[in-house]
Design a protein around this ligand. Sequence first.
Ligand code: RIB
Length: 297
Amino acid sequence: MKIINFGSVNIDIFFAVEHIVRPGETISARDIERRAGGKGLNQSVALAKNSDEVYHVGNIGSDGEFLADYLGSQGINTDFLRKSDNLTGNALIQVDDAGENCIVLYKGANFDNDKDFIDEVFSYFAKGDILVLQNEINMMDYIIDRAYEKGLKIVLNPSPITEEVKKFDYEKIDLLLVNEHEAKAISGIDDIEENIEYFRKTYPKLKLIITLGSKGSIYISENDLIRQDAYKVEAIDSTGAGDTFTGYFVANFYKGVDVDKCLDLATKASALSVTKKGASGSIPNQEEVINFKKELI
Ligand code: RIB
């Protein structure tokens, strides 16, 4: 079973700041660092900590060669990582003293997908393979349609939320991972319990995870509803914590690991990731996750 992550690749520029800059204000950063990131790349790294067959599909500019090398160093196949004339996607990230972040994205080469490329990519994969998607690339609808026709199982983390997200064909999605805001944006409903009912009734075959930050997460399917508490850790940088959760959950879930175990591993991995600076660089390996001992909140 191959896991194909068709997703973004970004150069993350981290500014360590006391507080997130306010409108009209100029502040000095304590530190600046350039790292490998992008929701797609981060999720590929988390997937590869749990699987030997991860393919990252996407586009980078000539300024992004180091990202291809980085993906390769993580054991990820980059045969379908194309070189573009555009600049690589960039993320300008402020991280404050409480570990909170705010991000400005430049989409760059992440929006260079076209039909020929997408068709070529799917000609190499087969029914039963897993496709993982986020919402930082173009042609999402076309990618979902082609993968569905081919019989791939589609996992969608529709982040960051945009207007397009509301129009995706969720009938074609096998597993949807959303946070509270994304769930509300898709359903138009505020209350989380009502959201659960909405998704169950509207998309009975969909497996759904709603992550709730310090309140943990919930797995919902036709027959199951499993709640997972969060773990208590000291937050240094929350960038990429959601991507870590997604990669860990998805790789273990499609291996056939029990859902409650998948949730626990994903929650531990994302908790560990917030204790370190950066996005992809803060994703723990399996051994660290298994040895993680902290209290639940
Ligand atoms: O989810 C974290 C990621 O979001 C960062 O790595 C950044 O590139 C943005 O895409």
